[in-house]
Design a protein around this ligand. Structure first.
Ligand code: GRF
Length: 193
């Protein structure tokens, strides 16, 4: 079973998944491997890590396409070259068209840096701090055509401490993301046999 991971930036979640696939012997235990890392930005730092790990990489630059649909079609073509059992959005900062989501439905995951359904959208950490929340967190969910909704697979909760900045909270949440994303993927692959 091939996993294709989509990134836009540093790809720390992608790296955590790749490391757990190696450490957890997903090849032998789950018949699964990270087959490719695809980014919409040529400068995405995560591409360097993927190449160092010997993982196929590709760039589909959204700026090179006249429409969101044209970009998504090119992205799907690049992804399908790897016959994915699972498409994992990890710090992928593009909103995907309903056509794309429906093409990969039930095998399309995302990680969102809040305790969904609270704080869908952007700037989640600052919003949680501003709201006076005592806890923040992250959510791994299946992607549906409605942004940041969809069946929840895993969540992690972290305390919001007095004086926390958004960056401090983001770093605390990111540490947990790196634990729950690999776990959610392994559980899903194990469950689907
Ligand atoms: C993280 O906050 C994650 O929740 C969101 O993108 C941010 C960066 O992720 N999806 P990564 O380091 O690129 O994996």
């Amino acid at each position: 079973k091939n996993i294709v991971i989509l990134i836009s930036g540093g790809g720390s979640n992608m790296a955590a998944i790749v490391r757990e696939a190696q450490r957890g012997h997903w090849g032998e235990r789950l018949g699964a491997r990270v087959a490719a890392v695809v980014s919409n930005r040529a400068g995405a730092g995560g591409l360097v890590f993927a190449r160092e790990q010997g993982i196929a990489t590709a760039v589909v630059d959204h700026k090179a396409f006249p429409s969101r649909e044209a970009f998504d079609a090119a992205l799907a073509e690049t992804i399908d070259a790897h016959a994915p059992a699972l498409v994992v959005l990890a710090g992928f900062m593009r909103i995907l068209t309903p056509g794309f989501v429906e093409r990969y439905q039930r095998r399309l995951l995302n990680i969102h840096p809040s305790l969904l359904p609270a704080f869908p959208g952007l700037h989640t950490h600052q919003r949680a701090i501003d709201a006076g929340c005592r806890f923040g967190g992250a959510t791994v969910h299946q992607v549906t055509t409605e942004l940041d909704v969809g069946p929840i697979l895993e969540q992690a909760v972290v305390p919001i401490l007095p004086g926390d900045t958004a960056d401090a909270l983001a770093a605390r949440v990111l540490t947990q993301e790196h634990l729950i994303y690999p776990r959610a993927i392994a559980r899903l692959l194990h469950a689907t046999g």
